[in-house]
Design a protein around this ligand. Sequence first.
Ligand code: FAQ
Length: 345
Amino acid sequence: MYTQAIDLAAQGKPEGGPRPVTTSPELQAREAAFNARIAQDQKVEPQDWMPEAYRKTLVRQISQHAHSEVIGMQPEGNWITRAPSLRRKAILLAKIQDEGGHGLYLYSAAETLGVSREEMAEALHSGKAKYSSIFNYPTPTWADMGCIGWLVDGAAIMNQIPLCRCSFGPYARAMIRICKEESFHQRQGYEAMLALCNGTPAQRAMAQEAFNRWWWPVVMMFGPSDKDSVHTAQASAWGIKRITNDDLRQKFIDATVPQAELLGLTVPDPDLRWNEERGHYDHGPINWDEFWQVVAGDGPCNRERLAARVKAHDDGAWLREATLAYSQKQAERAARAQGTDRSAA
Ligand code: FAQ
């Protein structure tokens, strides 16, 4: 359903193509080859020449994406010990593990661009690197688990399906598997909401209350409106971004409103109306002050989330040291064995 909502052919290519970023004749020739590759929709691989700004854009986006997946384990991790049944607990555990795995694929994809895990971790822990605004909201009720799966994963798929066609090979390939897993996450979230909405009046009220809290942060999660998006033009010209923030947001709203109706939930937007002429829902104003406040580190849970991540990293230091010592020992043993073989020959 989310895949069908995205008609890439209809989006067309950005006008003018990528902007030149280099000057010397040799670099210009390399850049021309790179631009030709982008224009032909061929993948750029780590060993290929690429403009430094393209590499930096990818490192920024992929590492932020990885950080989001890893920090994104926390709001749901809050409910592992309190899931209402063994079945729900097993699903939640599997889903959270998947998110951790997504973080790892994405860190690996970013590493192919010459940045180390340590540098990326340091950027996150120092507050220099961003992660998605959505993970700075609290999860006080079980219905929040349903809303995260249904809405947050639903929004993530909407944003990530076009990234499966991103021009950078390792990112595009990582996104294919990630999207398959996010699809399961979205369905389990919707099914959890369905159970609550078919339940007692108190359960229905819990579902509506959680929906009221998540709707607007999820709508914001697609990023600033196109007029304020600083990276869209260049990222689109490079084939990294295929659909703009506002267009993805609209597709998400159009897909999600009927799902809310099926659940019997009311979308907390008094201005929401189907616009026959546009063939889309019109929606009310987005509180961009709230969005930027959360992005700047001052949301309801920013400090808590970052502190938990830094603590987990510090607590894991012994494992990193032990793994490194083990691999060094293995390498030394292998080298010794090779030396013995040679002297025996
Ligand atoms: N939160 O010019 P643009 C998930 C920043 S994964 C925080 O439009 P761009 C799975 C942006 O970085 C969710 N910051 O930027 C899951 C930039 O700042 P910078 C994450 C935001 O890159 C589910 C500035 O605003 N997904 O949910 C946000 O062209 C459940 C200007 O913005 C991805 O990362 C935001 N929401 O477009 C896990 C997908 N939006 O860097 C657990 C990949 C914007 O200059 C449980 N990323 N900013 O300092 C993308 O598609 C893009 O990077 C966008 C932003 C669309 C996020």
